[in-house]
Design a binder for this molecule. Structure first.
Ligand SMILES: C[S@@+](CC[C@H](N)C(=O)[O-])C[C@H]1O[C@@H](n2cnc3c(N)ncnc32)[C@H](O)[C@@H]1O
Length: 299
């Protein structure tokens, strides 16, 4: 059992590190000591990733990709020495929170915040990232093992407000369509993982749109209220309208956070809408011009 766990851990670490840096590997715990700590009643964390810092140049790229600004609250899951949260506060004016299992790294990050004069903007705590309530975050950043990224899928969807951004360094969230992904070559990454190539993925937490809605369309498209029905798989959405007893599939339906777009065939009208608390409000643009439309969720 011990050797199986050790083998699994070795494979995961190698994946994160590409070509593992010896210094980074030295920072990982031993599975056997975790077992004895558990037996002694000490907090034991599922190791979401070893400490491998994101190079500073890539930290900037991650925060720029999410367009972090002064109104943001950035949570870094597995914050290491705190560099993502510290940069979000110092350079982008955001507030930030780092959760990290390694006490020494938490202390280091907190000291850096004091030294940089931004201790009132950021906080670091020693806690299991899986147990942290992340619902206040407007931006979540992570540099974690691929398995961990996917293990966090439900938590991200359930706890974060629709429209919140997630930036993942190197590993995608399976089954989610990214708003953007970029591939970069950064020489600083070689010292950390042995390769320069870096991928960043930006996601926006989707609103819940699945189900039936009653819509009032612009005059000329439908004189009576119309039923819209959407099926949703996380970020992927398909819809249809029921107009005069006919079902009409919607074209080019996209959902990005709270923003819905689709085309109503025949009318050729392009609809955009903003989803909040069971209401969609927006504009429909066609050859006749732009007109407001609205839908409410059916009970
Ligand atoms: C790859 S490092 C990334 C550090 C930092 N986010 C960065 O990008 O520079 C992952 C960090 O997650 C921490 N970690 C791993 N499992 C954790 C858990 N269950 N709870 C909190 N932190 C964890 C590790 O100690 C490590 O510092």
């Amino acid at each position: 059992m011990f050797y199986l766990r050790l083998l699994t851990r070795t494979v995961l670490l190698t994946t994160l590190l590409a070509v593992a840096a010896p210094a980074a590997l030295a920072a990982t715990d031993d599975a056997a000591s975790a077992d004895s700590e558990a037996a002694a009643g000490v907090d034991v964390y599922f190791e979401a990733a070893p400490f491998v810092p994101t190079p500073d140049s890539i930290v900037i790229e991650m925060l720029e990709l999410a367009r972090v600004g002064p109104s943001d609250y950035v949570i870094d899951l597995g914050s290491g020495d705190g560099r993502i949260v510290l940069t979000a506060a110092r350079t982008f004016g955001a507030r930030g929170f780092g959760v990290e299992m390694d006490e020494d790294l938490v202390d280091l990050a907190s000291r850096s915040a004091q030294q940089q004069g931004i201790a009132d903007q950021v906080r670091f705590v020693q806690q299991d990232l899986f147990a942290l309530d992340i619902s206040d975050a407007t931006v979540v950043t992570m540099y974690l093992l691929p398995e961990t990224v996917n293990r966090l899928r439900d938590k991200l969807l359930e706890e974060l407000e629709p429209g919140s951004r997630i930036v993942s360094h190197d590993y995608p969230i399976d089954g989610w369509a990214s708003e953007r992904s970029v591939e970069l070559e950064h020489e600083d990454k070689v010292a950390v993982t042995g390769v320069a190539r870096t991928r960043l993925y930006l996601y926006r937490v989707p609103a819940d749109i699945a189900g039936r809605w009653t819509a009032t369309l612009p005059p000329g498209m439908a004189e009576q209220p119309v039923e819209l029905e959407f099926v949703q798989r996380i970020t992927m959405v398909q819809g249809r309208a029921q107009i005069g007893g006919q079902f009409i599939p919607l074209d080019e339906t996209t959902l990005n956070g709270r923003r819905l777009t689709f085309t109503l065939p025949e009318s050729g009208a392009r609809f955009t809408g903003w989803i909040t608390n069971g209401i969609i409000e927006g504009m429909a643009r066609s050859a006749d011009g732009s007109h407001p439309w609205r839908a409410t969720r059916q009970q």
